[in-house]
Design a protein around this ligand. Structure first.
Ligand SMILES: C[S@@+](CC[C@H](N)C(=O)[O-])C[C@H]1O[C@@H](n2cnc3c(N)ncnc32)[C@H](O)[C@@H]1O
Length: 269
């Protein structure tokens, strides 16, 4: 397996799963994807499934899920969360120890109706080969769902926090990246040096892989700048916050400011 740069931030990632920022992120992915799921039951592949939030949600809906995750600790978190499934739901979940580079040896080509890869591309040196590998797994007419750091709005987080020197540094990095024809680099909230994509770069990666963009969304438009340890609110407060984020994430001009960009693309039939 290739180096997994995410591991440097694994502990804070796992500790913060219940906090506001991750709750918003996961709920937006779930809602945005729901609108595009073909009629089920579906064959789902989740690459870099981590703790399995989305994979296990789809298993609970009765779909057959194959989850690929390179790291043992993340697989353990996935297995722990899978204990809440019923026996029959669990029978339809397969968790594989592999990564994107090993996808061809552990999964069949064109075998899945839905291929997901959420929060993984930023840990890879480039996205295009990864998107091509994901596209090869999806059946004609099926969809690929990608969530990546949004390089178009990288300065928004420090600017919204009124950290002006940090915002200026990010703007400068983005300008240099455009000038040099590369992706912008950044240090993320779990302390890992990572790489941002943009909606345009992901669209081009999808097209190069024979996928047609069907929708794009912003994730965490207005609740990205809260402290990383801010707990999720409860009850009505959380419900309305999620509804607002959902609307912002699918409405211009707000969606372009999401800290993450969610792209849904279809493989031509
Ligand atoms: C930020 S977590 C995201 C987990 C989950 N997809 C989600 O959105 O909640 C990133 C995950 O990607 C995995 N990962 C890192 N490099 C990978 C690679 N080359 N191939 C597949 N998964 C990878 C990590 O082990 C980690 O579980």
């Amino acid at each position: 397996m290739a180096d997994n740069t995410f591991l440097a931030g694994q502990r804070p990632w796992l500790q913060r799963l219940g906090n506001l920022r991750n709750v918003v992120r996961q709920e937006m992915v779930t809602r945005q994807l729901a609108a595009h799921l073909p009629r089920g039951p579906l064959r789902v592949l989740d690459v870099g499934a981590g703790q399995g939030t989305q994979a296990l949600h789809l298993a609970r809906l009765g779909h057959a899920v194959t989850a690929v995750e390179p790291d043992g600790r993340m697989r353990a978190a996935f297995e722990e969360a899978a204990r809440n499934l019923t026996d029959s739901q669990r029978d339809h979940v397969t968790l594989l120890a592999s990564d994107l580079a090993g996808l061809a040896s552990v999964t069949q080509p064109t075998a899945y109706d839905v291929v997901m890869c959420h929060g993984v591309l930023m840990y890879l040196p480039e996205s295009r080969p990864a998107v091509a590998a994901l596209a090869r797994r999806v059946a004609p007419g099926g969809i690929v769902s990608l969530v990546a750091r949004n390089g178009d709005a990288m300065a928004w987080r420090p600017a919204a926090r009124h950290d002006w020197p940090a915002a200026l540094a990010v703007l400068e990095e983005v300008r240099r990246a455009v000038e040099e024809g590369r992706s912008a680099d950044y240090r993320n909230e779990i302390g890992v040096d990572a790489r941002a994509d943009t909606r345009a770069s992901l669209t081009a990666d999808c097209e190069a892989a024979g996928l047609e963009l069907t929708a794009w969304y912003g994730i965490r438009v207005a609740s990205d700048n809260v402290p990383v340890d801010e707990p999720a609110p409860e009850g009505d407060h959380l419900a309305v916050l999620l509804d607002v984020e959902e609307r912002l994430g699918s409405t211009d001009p707000y969606r372009a400011l999401g800290s993450l960009v969610h792209v849904v693309a279809r493989r031509r039939g």
